[in-house]
Design a protein around this ligand. Structure first.
Ligand code: NAP
Length: 484
C-alpha cells in the first residue's frame, strides 16, 4: 500500500531553541523526513533562533550533524540533505533582550503560514510571545507551538495560559503532547469510532477493567535535577497517560473536529474521581551491581520523588461506573513497552464441560515496540481430545499489515508539526484540558507530600514495587506482563 502525502501550504517555521536538544534530536530530523516525503512545499523555510552566535551556514552544519546522528536511515541520501539544508536559516536572538528581532522580522515573510515553535524553557514563553508582537512579527494568523512541561501545578499552568492568552488566541496555540501524535494513539480513535465491532462493548457492562502501561528501561539519564522536581506523576501521568485514558474513555464526538474531540476529553478529565491514597503506589529504583539507585542518579540522598507510579483510577460517569482504569509508568523497568489493554469480562456461562479456565477477550493496543494491536480470543485447542479451549492472540503489527510501501514510521513530532502547518488542533491539548488535568493531579501530589509518603523500593529490571502487584491482586486482577 502506498501512503498518500497530503501537501501543506508554504510556510515559515521559526524554532526558538533551534540549537537545543529537542530541536536537534526530534524536530529537525522529523522535518527532514517530511522534506524527503515531499511534504515541505518549495519555498518553505525553517529558521533556527537561539542566543548562540552563528550564521546560517554554521546552523546548516550543526543540523547536518544532528541529522547524521539522529536522522535514521534517511540521512544517507546526501543529495536530498543539501536541498533540505538550503531551507534552513538562523537568527541569533535573546528571548529576553531586544537584539536579533529586526533580523527575524526581515527573514520572515507575509503571505505564507507562520509558525513559531517555543522549544525553550517555559519561563521564556512570555518573553517570546510579547516580543513577537512588539516587533510586528506575529499577527492573528500566526501559530505558536509550546512544549511540555505545561506548568507543574494548576497555578503555574494557569499563569502560563494567561501569559500566552495575553498575546495569542486559543485557536493559535498548539500545546504538544507527542503521545497524541503516535500512529497507534490515533488508531485508537479509528478502531473505536470506525468499526461496528467494539463500540457496543465499550462500557462497564462488558469491560472488566483497563490497563495503561508506559514502561521504560532507561533511568533519569542527564535529566536528574529536572526529574527529581517532577517525578513520574508530573512527567508522565498528568499528560501522556491521562491523554491515553481520555481517548479510551471519551464519548464519541459528533465529528472528528478539534473542539469536538477536546470537549469530550475534557468531560472525561472532569469525571475523574479523587484517588484514594491506598490506590496509589509510588516507587524508586534501587541500585544494582551495574548501576546506581534513583537517589544516586538524581544526587539527592533524601529524595522522596517517584520514578514509578501505579494507580487505580475511577471515571465517574454512566459509561464507566464500576470499570477501574489501572495506570502505571516507571523507569528502569524490565522492558520498554507501552500499551493500553482493554480487558473484557468473563463469559457468564460456559457450555463446554470441564472447561474451568478463565477465558478473557483482551484488546491490547501497543504504542511501542512494534506499534500494532492484538485481540485475545478463545479457540479450540487443535487436535483430538474434545473441546479444550485456549486463548490466542490475533496479532496485527501495523508494519506487517500495511506492507513495506507504507509510509515509513513517521515520528510523532513530524506528524504534529505538519498538523500545526495545516491548522489542525485536534491532537493538541487545549488550555482548559491542561488546567482540568492539573486540578485533578494537584490534590493527589499534595496528599502524598503532606503525608511525607516514602516511595517503595523496586529492583531495576523488575515490573515495579511488590505493592503495585498487590494493587491489582487485591481486586482479583493482575497486570499484564511487560514485554519489549
Ligand atoms: P536545551 O537543550 O537546554 O535547549 C534550550 C534551547 O533554548 C537552546 O537552543 C538555547 O540556545 C535556547 N535558549 C536558552 N535561553 C534562551 C534565550 N534567553 N533566548 C533564546 N534562546 C534561548 O533544551 P531542550 O531539551 O531542547 O528543551 C527545550 C524545551 O522542550 C524545554 O521546555 C523542555 O522541557 C522541552 N522538552 C524537551 C524534550 C527533549 O527531549 N529534549 C522533550 C519534551 C519537552 P542558546 O543557549 O544558544 O540560547
Amino acid at each position: 500500500m502506498v501512503s498518500r502525502v497530503i501537501p501543506v501550504d508554504e510556510f515559515d517555521l521559526v524554532i526558538f531553541g533551534g540549537t537545543g536538544d529537542l530541536a536537534r534530536r526530534k524536530i529537525l530530523p522529523g522535518l527532514f523526513r517530511r522534506y524527503l516525503a515531499g511534504q515541505m512545499p518549495k519555498g518553505s523555510r525553517i529558521i533556527g533562533a537561539a542566543r548562540s552566535e552563528m550564521d546560517s551556514d554554521g546552523y546548516r552544519a550543526m543540523i547536518a550533524e544532528a541529522i547524521a546522528e539522529f536522522g535514521g536511515e534517511e540521512r544517507k541520501d546526501s543529495t536530498e540533505l543539501n536541498g533540505f539544508l538550503e531551507t534552513l536559516h538562523y537568527v541569533a536572538i535573546d528571548a529576553q533582550g531586544d537584539g536579533g528581532w529586526t533580523e527575524l522580522f526581515d527573514v520572515t515573510r507575509d503571505g505564507v503560514i507562520q509558525a513559531f515553535y517555543f522549544s525553550v524553557a517555559p519561563s521564556l514563553f512570555g518573553d517570546l510571545a510579547e516580543r513577537l508582537h512588539k516587533h510586528g512579527i506575529a499577527d492573528d494568523t500566526s501559530r505558536i507551538v509550546v512544549e511540555k512541561p505545561f506548568g507543574r501545578d494548576l497555578a503555574s499552568a494557569k499563569a502560563l495560559n494567561d501569559t500566552l492568552a495575553a498575546h495569542f488566541e486559543e485557536r493559535q496555540i498548539y500545546r504538544i503532547d507527542h503521545y497524541l501524535g503516535k500512529e497507534t494513539v490515533q488508531n485508537l480513535m479509528a478502531v473505536r469510532f470506525g468499526n461496528v465491532l467494539f463500540e457496543p462493548l465499550w462500557n462497564s457492562h462488558y469491560v472488566d477493567h483497563i490497563q495503561i502501561t508506559v514502561a521504560e528501561t532507561v533511568g533519569v539519564g542527564g535529566r536528574g535535577a529536572y526529574y527529581d522536581k517532577s517525578g513520574a506523576m508530573r512527567d508522565m501521568v498528568q499528560n501522556h497517560l491521562m491523554q491515553l485514558l481520555c481517548l479510551i474513555a471519551m464519548e464519541p464526538p459528533s465529528v472528528f473536529g478539534a473542539d469536538e474531540v477536546r470537549d469530550e476529553k475534557l468531560k472525561v478529565i472532569r469525571a475523574l474521581q479523587p484517588v484514594e491514597p491506598h490506590h496509589i503506589v509510588r516507587g524508586q529504583y534501587d541500585a544494582d551491581a551495574d548501576s546506581p539507585s534513583y537517589r544516586a542518579d538524581v544526587e539527592n540522598p533524601r529524595s522522596f520523588t517517584e520514578s514509578f507510579i501505579a494507580m487505580k483510577v475511577q471515571v465517574s460517569n454512566w459509561r464507566w461506573a464500576d470499570t477501574p482504569f489501572y495506570l502505571r509508568t516507571g523507569k528502569k523497568l524490565k522492558g520498554r513497552a507501552s500499551e493500553i489493554a482493554v480487558v473484557f469480562k468473563d463469559l457468564g456461562h460456559s457450555i463446554f464441560e470441564g472447561d474451568t479456565a478463565r477465558h478473557r477477550n483482551i484488546l491490547a493496543i501497543r504504542l511501542q515496540p512494534n506499534e500494532g494491536m492484538d485481540l485475545q480470543v478463545t479457540i479450540k485447542e487443535p487436535g483430538p481430545g474434545g473441546m479444550r479451549l485456549i486463548d490466542v492472540p490475533l496479532d496485527m503489527t501495523f508494519a506487517d499489515a500495511l506492507g513495506e510501501d507504507s509510509e515509513p514510521a513517521t515520528d510523532a513530532y513530524e506528524r504534529l508539526i505538519m498538523d500545526v502547518i495545516r491548522g489542525n488542533q485536534t491532537l493538541f491539548m487545549r488550555g482548559d484540558e491542561v488546567e482540568a488535568a492539573w486540578a485533578w493531579t494537584d490534590p493527589l501530589i499534595d496528599g502524598w507530600e503532606g503525608r511525607n509518603d516514602v516511595p517503595k523500593h523496586y529492583e531495576q529490571g523488575s515490573a515495579g514495587p511488590e505493592d503495585a502487584m498487590m494493587l491489582m491482586h487485591r481486586d482479583g486482577r493482575r497486570w499484564r506482563d511487560i514485554k519489549g
